[in-house]
Design a protein around this ligand. Structure first.
Ligand SMILES: *Cc1c(COP(=O)(O)O)cnc(C)c1O
Length: 393
């Protein structure tokens, strides 16, 4: 095509190729003739037509996450919740039943509690650390079971192998939201999952500057259903976000290794300090699922740890205010450490009694450990604890 003020004439020729993926924000792609376009729509010729149907930056990112998860043909969507929606709405029909873990991400729980029933899809919750609880929740019309391997914020570990065997025996799809655990903790496809999804927003992109999701299925027919649902309902990712996520992903393994090391050290340093009631970290000897931390997570505890202060809201306020340099923000997986307080955020809708039942008190904090110098981070936590102790006197 000849270059005009309105149209580029194509890219300059180069016999060498860029080492970084070019950013391609084009919404439409021009074809030479109706025949050429027809061939593309019919799947007989490769290429792109319209960005909602797919674009190069999403595909390049998808292939890189596929490689991490051992998947073939994953699809990028505009957020982690878009991935959850593509699974729960793209793979079910009225009359189906869906089982979810009772400690799923809050919005996933909401989709199950409010939206699926409105569309004629019934739902139940089960304790995924207890196989009998999951088995009891299954019905003849159960279509899928959605779990997270490490729960938020109490870091309990699901009986992944038991649930995978149960789902296989009953002909039920096993869906794993692997956001928290990441493929460095576990690769669910290797353990019997049928569908895996991510909030790429969190650890994979890692810099709290993009909102994206990824979803993949082992069975190409299932993948196609979710892909068509995502395209039809417009769960489209932005090319720029995909480009940024690709940049973040390049350092994912290094970031995760460092954050995990620091999280383990921080957990051990905090345990036993005055003012700390308990520390939760998957590979510690006092963790209720420490055996599964070895068998399922292969000893990789991850970057998340939780702890409980002696005291209530006043102590929690004192700690958060004094823990300098640590953002008090309800997210996870950022390069910087973030602190969240479930009783006032993710779990605020629950009654105090219901929160206590899952072990979340007013003194409970969840920490997403980042890349700070471990000594400096520990000093911030010491300052927080000192403020709690000063208040108690
Ligand atoms: C954040 C999160 C989601 C939702 O992802 P968004 O990108 O915020 O839409 C889903 N599952 C888990 C486990 C999450 O942490």
């Amino acid at each position: 095509m000849k270059s005009t003020l309105m149209r580029p004439g194509g890219l300059p020729a180069s016999s060498s190729t860029p080492v970084v993926t070019p950013l391609m924000p084009s919404v439409v792609y021009a074809s030479d003739t109706p025949d050429a376009l027809d061939a593309q729509y019919a799947g007989q010729a490769p290429g792109y037509t319209y960005a909602r149907e797919g674009h190069p930056n999403a595909d390049v990112l998808a292939r890189r996450i596929d490689a991490l998860e051992g998947a073939e043909d994953g699809w990028i969507v505009g957020s982690g919740m878009a991935a959850v929606a593509a699974v729960l709405l793209g793979l079910t029909k009225a009359g189906d039943h869906v089982v979810g873990g009772d400690q799923l991400y809050g919005r996933s729980l909401r989709l199950m509690a409010e939206d699926l029933p409105r569309l004629g899809i019934s739902t139940s919750l089960a304790d995924v650390t207890d196989l009998a609880s999951v088995e009891a929740a299954l019905r003849p019309e159960t279509r899928l079971v959605l779990i997270e391997v490490v729960s938020n914020p109490t870091l309990r570990i699901a009986d992944l192998d038991g649930i995978a065997a149960l789902c296989k025996a009953r002909g039920v799809l096993l869906v794993v939201d692997n956001t928290f655990t990441t493929p460095r903790g576990v690769r669910p496809f290797d353990r019997g999952a049928d569908v895996v999804l991510h909030s790429v927003t969190k650890l994979l992109a890692g810099h709290s500057d993009v909102t994206l999701g990824w979803v993949a299925a082992k069975d190409p027919a299932l993948m196609e259903k979710m892909r068509i649902f995502a395209v039809t309902t417009g769960l489209t990712p932005s090319p720029f976000d995909c480009w940024l996520a690709e940049r973040g992903l390049a350092s994912f393994e290094l970031r995760h290794e460092r954050a995990q090391d620091t999280a383990r050290r921080l957990a051990d340093l905090l345990a036993g300090q005055a003012g700390i009631k308990r520390v939760i970290y998957p590979t510690r000897d006092d963790h209720p699922d420490r055996a599964r931390a070895q068998s399922v997570l292969r000893g990789r505890g991850g970057n998340m740890m939780s702890f409980e202060l002696d005291g209530g809201r006043a102590e929690a306020n004192a700690f958060a205010a004094a823990c300098a340099g640590v953002a008090f923000a309800p997210t996870l997986g950022d390069v910087g450490t973030t602190l969240s307080h479930p009783a006032s955020s993710s779990h605020r809708a629950l009654s105090a009694q219901a929160r206590e039942a899952v072990g979340i008190s007013e003194g409970f904090f969840r920490v997403s450990v980042g890349l700070e110098d471990p000594e400096a981070l520990m000093a911030s936590f010491d300052a927080g604890l000192a403020a709690v102790r000063a208040g108690a006197q």
